[in-house]
Design a protein around this ligand. Structure first.
Ligand code: SF4
Length: 256
């Protein structure tokens, strides 16, 4: 039986076994193991951690598909980095964009920037611009590789190397779970990995332009994401079940 045919229970057990195994490997080894499991997809936000992973995939020619969610609201610096990374590492980064009908329907219901008005409106926007494209990016995948790190926020402090994502029936591999930001910075410097210039301007974590601000000295790494909301565990829903840590976005009516 291959991982592709494995039932959820088998994938759950496999994730527990993998977690210990991954801990003993270096980054390239962790990614190689992820690729051996089945069809592996890495979703990059072009953030500094994700650039480390893209560089390793390209340098070691690993059979891992690289995808990004082009939300339509990204910083120009982020969009520019997609092409630069492809060229530097000889990889193709697949772009997944929101459906125009969904975007139009969202704007009609909430306003283009309605995400500032309520948590519900914000989740509805992330649903249209991120979660639906993510579902397409992960369609047919057995393994989802991410750049999550324990040091990014309290919400991510217990990130394992491998976990079973029951909602998507995937094994999620987080090969940088135990890397701290100093290790990331030193690695990027050593390997001359291209990174988003916004990092040097006070943006350790970069999402959509209207929803990301620079952080002040001493603030947590993700304090600049959806800064107007009070919930310290705020996330966009990519890495938490849609019906768990946050309100479920109301389905956005299709434009007629
Ligand atoms: S981060 Fe902001 S602009 Fe981007 S999808 Fe979420 S609410 Fe919309």
């Amino acid at each position: 039986m291959t991982l592709h045919d494995a039932a959820g229970r088998d994938r759950l057990e496999l994730a527990a076994t993998l977690d210990a195994k991954l801990e003993s490997l270096d980054l390239a080894g962790r990614l190689a193991l992820a690729a051996e499991l089945g069809h592996a997809v890495f979703t990059t936000s072009l953030g500094i951690e994700d650039q480390v992973i893209s560089a390793a995939i390209g340098t070691h020619r690993l059979p891992i598909e690289v995808s990004t969610l082009e939300t339509g609201r990204l910083f120009q610096e982020t969009v520019d980095l997609i092409g630069e990374t492809e060229e530097r590492y000889g990889i193709d980064i697949r772009r997944f964009r929101p459906e125009q009908d969904d975007v139009d329907a969202y704007a009609a219901q909430y306003g283009l920037n309605g995400f500032y008005d309520s948590v519900e409106a914000r989740h509805a926007c992330c649903h249209v611009r991120k979660l639906k494209p993510l579902a397409k990016a992960l369609a047919g995948a057995d393994v989802w590789v991410t750049g999550l790190r324990r040091g990014q926020s309290g919400n991510r402090a217990t990130t394992p190397f491998a976990e079973y994502d029951a909602e998507r029936n995937l094994i999620k591999i987080n090969p940088l779970a135990d890397w701290d930001i100093d290790t990331i910075n030193a690695h990027v410097e050593r390997q001359a990995i291209p990174v988003n210039p916004l990092h040097k301007r006070g943006y350790p974590s970069i999402g959509c332009e209207p929803c990301t601000r620079a952080i002040k000295p001493g603030e947590p790494e993700r304090a600049g994401r959806w800064w107007w909301e009070n919930d310290e565990k705020r996330e966009c829903g990519l890495h938490v079940p849609e019906n768990a840590a946050q309100p479920v976005a109301e389905p956005v009516p299709q434009a007629s």
